[in-house]
Design a protein around this ligand. Structure first.
Ligand code: DX5
Ligand code: ZN
Length: 233
């Protein structure tokens, strides 16, 4: 297992914070039979960080992968690894995901546990701290947890599957958070493509998670260029 490296995670978070905008491919639709090649293709396309979607088949009705894949990807790249935990009991796995080489762990506000406690646990484990909300979750319900966060992930689809349509309720949340919590790193996830990315940027998002609009194209470099071209220069 990869050793936890606090300076690596700190540097990764600094890289995320320093970016005016960054497109993070969501490794949900990639070729898991050839991860080495997929990571190389993404790096060649100019990708600056990766987003890994962990689903437990319980918090969401879909099952993906866990620590061994994070650990395997860690050995393939030095890019920051942003891990989105769509699991019912994230507290149980925080240390294992940190040991596997995650640089930032994002949990969902909709879990049954007290999210603030898990966020504190992530902070103590020495990696970036993120909180996510599904489209139907109101920001009022997460106010007390926000002070623990480096990153806030606004879901623009219901967590669980790639390839869904963008829900504009995310834009209102991003705009509100940009005003109320300017120190938060704002990330948006779900249905982000060349048609929706610029509205997300305008609303305050700086990190854009993209699945189908990258992995649906044969050439990831062209996909990245198209997404960047859709953003204001
Ligand atoms: C959904 C995941 C997303 C998703 C994005 O639960 O968190 O990261 O894979 O995929 P697209 O861009 O296809 O919506
Ligand atoms: Zn995600």
């Amino acid at each position: 297992m990869a050793e936890m490296d606090a300076s690596r995670s700190d540097q990764a978070m600094q890289r995320l914070r320093a970016a005016d905008f960054m497109v993070l491919p969501s490794l949900l639709l990639c070729d898991f039979g050839d991860l080495r090649r997929e990571i190389a293709r993404l790096e060649e396309a100019g990708v600056q960080a990766l987003h890994l979607d962990v689903m437990d088949g319980h918090f969401v009705p879909n099952l993906t992968y866990g620590m061994p894949i994070v650990e395997g990807i860690r050995r393939l790249t030095e890019l920051p690894i942003d891990v989105h935990l769509m699991v019912s009991d994230p507290a149980k796995y925080v240390q294992q995901f940190v040991d596997a080489g995650s640089d930032c762990l994002t949990i969902h506000a909709e879990i049954e546990q007290d999210a603030s406690e898990v966020l504190q646990q992530i902070r103590e484990a020495g990696v970036g701290v993120g909180l996510a909300v599904n489209p139907e979750t109101r920001l009022e319900t997460v106010q007390s947890a926000l002070s623990w966060c480096d990153l806030f992930l606004v879901m623009s689809v219901n967590a669980g599957f790639g390839g869904q349509s963008f829900n504009p309720v995310a834009l209102d949340k991003l705009s509100q958070l940009k005003e109320s919590h300017p120190q938060l790193l704002l990330e948006v996830d779900g249905g982000v493509n060349t048609s929706t990315i610029s509205a997300c940027h305008e609303a305050g998002a700086r990190l854009f998670v993209v699945g189908s609009a990258i992995f649906g194209l044969a050439d990831y470099r062209i996909a990245m260029e198209q997404l960047h071209d859709a953003l204001p220069t």
